[in-house]
Design a protein. Structure first.
Length: 468
């Protein structure tokens, strides 16, 4: 009897997900993994899953594997290549699915709820054993929420616990605790579990002069918590950069300043309506999603389609049309803080060009969004634009995040970007080998679908949600 009963492949733009249906009654790995892994080599479960994916999808960019028993998603494994400087770490993150409850309100649909909670219609239906898309007001749904527990990493030559702790931004004590280590000795080829979230450090009282940096902290967040400024924190601790590490003890200056708060700005909420498109020769879900500026997954969901659905000439399909009202800003130098999932991705869809202004230097360049689902994957339009980017980042492309204003059709949006070229490219004549990451409010990373706090800090600066 095989461990894996069957698999499914689902692709959204350049990111593909594999769904593995597991037989809970067997632990026999050999038949299913024959030819890629020797089950006698004491492989971890994640390594076996990795081997299965590599053997069955060798030329496909698999970013996520969902593991199902029956109709329930019991775990998720995210595969990613994490580049740090000139070193690339290939790791896998293991997730367990938790659930939160949600009571259906008037106007809700499965798509609206899935978008709100950053999950999928199929996952909600599976978690609630739904056989149709019909909902009732007051109906209580279980909403699947993923919580990462650890990342696996194979030790290579030259590694030490200190080096690994700095690479993954975790403490040595957390590494030792998760892996049951009593010393700091590690061996080449050893598989280590890397905690993806550190225990919250108890914050001292406002009168305390010391603070221990915890996972997700930034100077801006710490300054906000203790009613001081980033400049004061850097001066008190002789910091020349904004970089922090977990476990670092900072001196917190006494005295208070104005706590940073969101500007008191109000605007209308975004809304969606629908038009009808009659299929013509050459139409497919992907090119229609590009034509109408919506994610392909949304187009499939609202029409009840799957990846394998074939369109017929003359067929009428629903096309969502998103109305994104303009939001006021604290001043003309700031951009609208638009939510990626509900607003920004529709204002700046795939194939759209935009003017980018670096918030600090005022230098400008032009870009095109070429792909990306969790955030915008973009490329500079020309070699001149690439040169301006390199100038802004001090003469060399980097993963360092910067606050920027993205101007689309005359509309300014607060954003954050890094300039490091990586992965797939579509524009071949711009002296830029790959694409760069452009984040908006509440957008997430591709590798784990988690919000990046460094990007969000820069977005708030560009939107005027910053320390005064």
């Amino acid at each position: 009897m095989a461990l894996i009963l069957r698999h499914e492949l689902l692709c959204e733009q350049s990111d593909c997900t594999v769904i593995l249906h597991i037989d809970p009654q067997t632990s026999e790995f050999s038949k299913e993994f024959d030819g890629c892994c020797n089950p006698m080599e004491n492989k971890t479960f994640i390594e076996l899953i990795q081997c299965y994916v590599k053997a069955n999808f060798p030329e496909i960019n698999i970013t996520l594997v969902k593991i199902m028993i029956g109709s329930v998603v019991v775990a998720t494994v995210s595969f990613s290549g994490i580049t740090t400087g000139d070193h690339t770490v290939y790791a896998s993150t293991y997730y367990q699915t938790a659930y939160t409850s949600y009571s259906v309100a008037a106007g809700d649909s499965l798509w609206v709820i899935a978008t709100k909670f950053k999950t999928t219609i199929n996952d909600i239906k599976a978690a609630n054993n739904l056989t149709s898309d019909m909902l009732m007001v007051g109906q209580v749904l279980k909403i699947p929420q993923q919580s990462a527990t650890y990342t696996t990493y194979k030790v290579t030559a030259g590694d030490s616990l200190y080096i690994i702790s700095r690479r993954f931004n975790v403490s040595i004590s957390a590494l030792k605790s998760l892996n049951g280590l009593t010393t700091e000795t590690i061996n080449i080829g050893q598989i280590l579990k890397i905690p993806t979230s550190a225990p919250t450090t108890a914050a001292p009282s406002p009168s305390s002069s010391n603070y221990t940096v915890a996972s997700g902290d930034t100077l801006w967040k710490i300054a906000s918590k203790y009613n001081t400024t980033v400049a004061n924190l850097k001066a008190a601790n002789n910091l020349s950069t904004d970089m922090l590490y977990i476990g670092q003890v900072l001196k917190v200056p006494t005295g208070t300043v104005q706590t940073p708060t969101a500007p008191n700005l109000t605007s209308q909420a975004p809304s969606v309506s629908y038009i009808t498109h009659k299929v013509v020769a050459g139409d497919n879900p992907w090119n229609l999603s590009i034509k109408y500026g919506i994610p392909m997954a949304e187009l499939l969901n609202v029409n009840g389609f799957t990846q394998s659905t074939q369109l017929n000439i003359g067929q009428e399909i629903k096309i969502p049309v998103h109305n994104i009202p303009v939001k006021p800003t604290p001043g003309p130098e700031y951009g609208e803080r638009l939510d990626w999932w509900l607003e920004a991705q529709y204002v700046f869809p795939i194939n759209k060009t935009a003017k980018v202004t670096d918030f600090s230097t005022g230098l400008t360049f032009y870009i095109k969004r070429t792909t990306g689902a969790f955030h915008a994957d973009c490329e500079p339009l020309t070699s001149t634009d690439s040169a301006v980017m390199k100038q802004i980042w001090g003469g060399a492309y980097a993963w360092t995040t910067r606050a920027v204003i993205v101007e689309v059709d005359g509309r300014k949006i607060a954003a954050s970007m890094s300039s490091m070229p990586h992965d797939i490219e579509y524009i071949a004549s711009n002296d830029f080998n790959g694409h760069f990451d452009l984040h908006f409010f509440n957008s997430t990373r591709h590798r784990d679908n988690l919000i990046d706090p460094y990007h969000q800090t820069q977005i708030n600066i560009a939107a005027g949600y910053t320390q005064k």
